[in-house]
Design a protein around this ligand. Structure first.
Ligand code: ZN
Length: 219
């Protein structure tokens, strides 16, 4: 079994630069960064989770405001919901990296995803609007686990049906962010070329110059 590195919970102000996954379900998994070296968890509170959900436009503003009020009056329940959300997040990371490396997910992982997904389905109702039947969030859906339910819903509806070679993990050092490769050639390796691509390149350059120095010394 792979050794899990200790995770530091870090205060972080989310910005659009954190949204590189190609789908917000992957961006949610990426709220832990550096899983390969020094993992940092950016969800330091339920309020932060709401801040993230607002940035990615996961839920309507009035639902987010209702959840923020509820979290202020029931902090312990909000904290346990955050822990459940993180359990889903870690399960999804294992599931997606498993798909990338060609291994089947565990039954427990699928069962957990299914539980949240069903809650996500239940949070929707079907309406007939302008000639179309559309799934819309129910008016009374504002409960603490709604964010995790919506992530699971997106994951099942939008991310998991993708061709498996389009799901990627960044090759940059201290990153491990997941993303959908929608490039034409299908060879994207970095979450962001300017960040991880350059870091990896300079690391290779450093390794090469060290090798050159070493061979010069050996002459
Ligand atoms: Zn990266």
């Amino acid at each position: 079994m792979k050794v899990r590195l200790p995770v530091t919970v870090e205060s972080h102000r989310f910005s659009t630069g954190d949204l590189i996954g190609g789908d917000l379900a992957l961006d949610f998994i990426n709220t832990v960064t550096g899983r390969d070296q020094s993992p940092r968890d950016w969800l330091d509170s339920y309020a932060r989770l709401l801040e993230w959900a607002e940035l990615v436009r996961l839920l309507p503003k009035e639902v987010l405001r209702a959840l923020a009020r509820k979290a202020r009056s029931e902090p312990a329940a909000a904290a346990t919901a955050l822990a459940r959300g993180k359990e889903l997040r870690e399960t999804l990371f294992a599931l997606v990296t498993g798909i990338i490396s060609g291994s089947a997910p565990s039954k427990a992982a699928l069962a957990l995803l299914r539980k949240h997904w069903i809650a996500g389905v239940n949070a929707h109702e079907l309406r007939f609007d302008d000639g179309h039947v559309v799934a819309e969030l129910c008016n009374d859906a504002a409960h603490f686990d709604l964010i995790a339910s919506m992530i699971a819903y997106r994951m099942v509806e939008r991310v998991l049906p993708l061709p498996k070679d389009r799901l990627r993990i960044c090759q940059g050092p201290n990153c491990s962010w997941l993303f959908i490769d929608s490039s034409k050639a299908g060879r994207r390796r970095w979450c962001d070329m300017a960040v991880c691509g350059n870091a990896a390149k300079s690391r290779r350059f450093y390794a090469r110059s060290r090798q050159r120095r070493k061979s010069r010394r050996d002459e």
